[in-house]
Design a protein around this ligand. Structure first.
Ligand SMILES: NC(=O)c1ccc[n+]([C@@H]2O[C@H](COP(=O)([O-])OP(=O)(O)OC[C@H]3O[C@@H](n4cnc5c(N)ncnc54)[C@H](O)[C@@H]3O)[C@@H](O)[C@H]2O)c1
Length: 253
């Protein structure tokens, strides 16, 4: 069981049903936060909600079907969070899509879908969550999930890498803009984490487990729980003097 590092806090986690999102949601509830599980995938959301409630009680979380790229949906999920849990202290912007394709195959539609899901969503959640934090004088923490690709790009990933670089710019700008209200904004930039999203990337690039050993600093893929631990640190009061940072998880080598 956890050590209560988020005791009494309310967190919203987007993309909660994916590999990293589910690990963050499980860790946050075990550390004493109530969690709003935001995702488009209703079936997986209900399963995760049931699983977490069975360990931490019915009041520990609820699933909210939300399209993070839609402003009305974003506002509604935050409204529900405040109605049911009273406040929002932490937002983890983690939902994303990754179209693994060359720039020549990237259509305006996949470009827009990538930007809307990965970057516009972060702008929307930051804007509406921060407003609520300011109204309630909450010294909140926002953690945005970027990617190593947002720092140094990657193969077959023009739109994805651009969206993830955008998250870093947004994080740094908001760290400055929201500091007068005591709201911290940081990012994590995972590298190669064992989730369905990254497995698809390896497969599309024809990379094997042997390639993984040679290619990545740790000689293995990261676990979603290893990203969740970094997100927890940035979300919790333990990082009270850190804002505008990008924490690479997996080594920038
Ligand atoms: N896995 C990695 O190696 C890796 C590396 C760097 C960064 N990341 C980032 O970590 C985050 C989580 O990735 P993951 O590997 O767990 O991916 P994943 O595909 O397992 O999870 C992504 C989740 O986002 C949800 N989602 C997608 N579009 C949505 C929308 N419009 N509204 C609401 N939910 C939506 C999906 O339903 C899914 O549950 C992403 O931001 C990804 O870019 C992952």
């Amino acid at each position: 069981m956890g050590g209560g590092r988020l005791n009494g806090l309310v967190s919203v986690v987007t993309g909660a049903c994916g590999g990293i999102g589910a690990a963050v949601s499980r860790l946050f509830t075990s550390e004493g936060s109530r969690v709003v599980l935001v995702d488009l995938n209703e079936e997986a959301g209900k399963i995760l909600e049931k699983e977490i409630r069975s360990s931490h009680g019915d009041g520990s979380c609820f699933f909210m079907k939300t399209d993070v790229s839609d402003e009305e949906d974003v506002k509604e999920s935050l409204r529900q969070a405040v109605d049911r849990f009273g406040r929002v202290d932490v937002v983890v912007n983690n939902a994303a899509v990754h179209y693994i394709e060359s720039i020549f195959d990237t259509t305006e539609e996949t470009w827009r879908k990538t930007m809307d899901t990965n970057l516009k969503s972060v702008y929307l959640f930051c804007k509406h969550a921060a407003r609520q934090m300011i109204e309630k004088s909450i010294q909140g923490s926002i953690v945005n999930v970027s990617s190593i690709q947002g720092i140094r790009g990657g193969v077959l990933s023009a739109a994805y890498a651009a969206s993830k670089a955008g998250i870093i710019g947004l994080t740094k700008a908001l760290a400055v803009e929201l500091m007068p209200f005591g709201i911290r904004v940081n990012a994590v930039a995972p590298r190669a984490i064992d989730t369905p999203l990254f497995r698809r990337y390896l497969e599309r690039r024809g990379l094997t487990d042997e390639d993984v050993k040679k290619r990545y600093l740790f000689g293995r893929l990261g676990k979603p729980e290893e990203v969740a631990a970094a997100v927890l640190f940035l979300a919790s009061p333990e990082s009270s003097y850190i804002s505008g940072e990008v924490l690479v998880v997996g080594g920038d080598f």
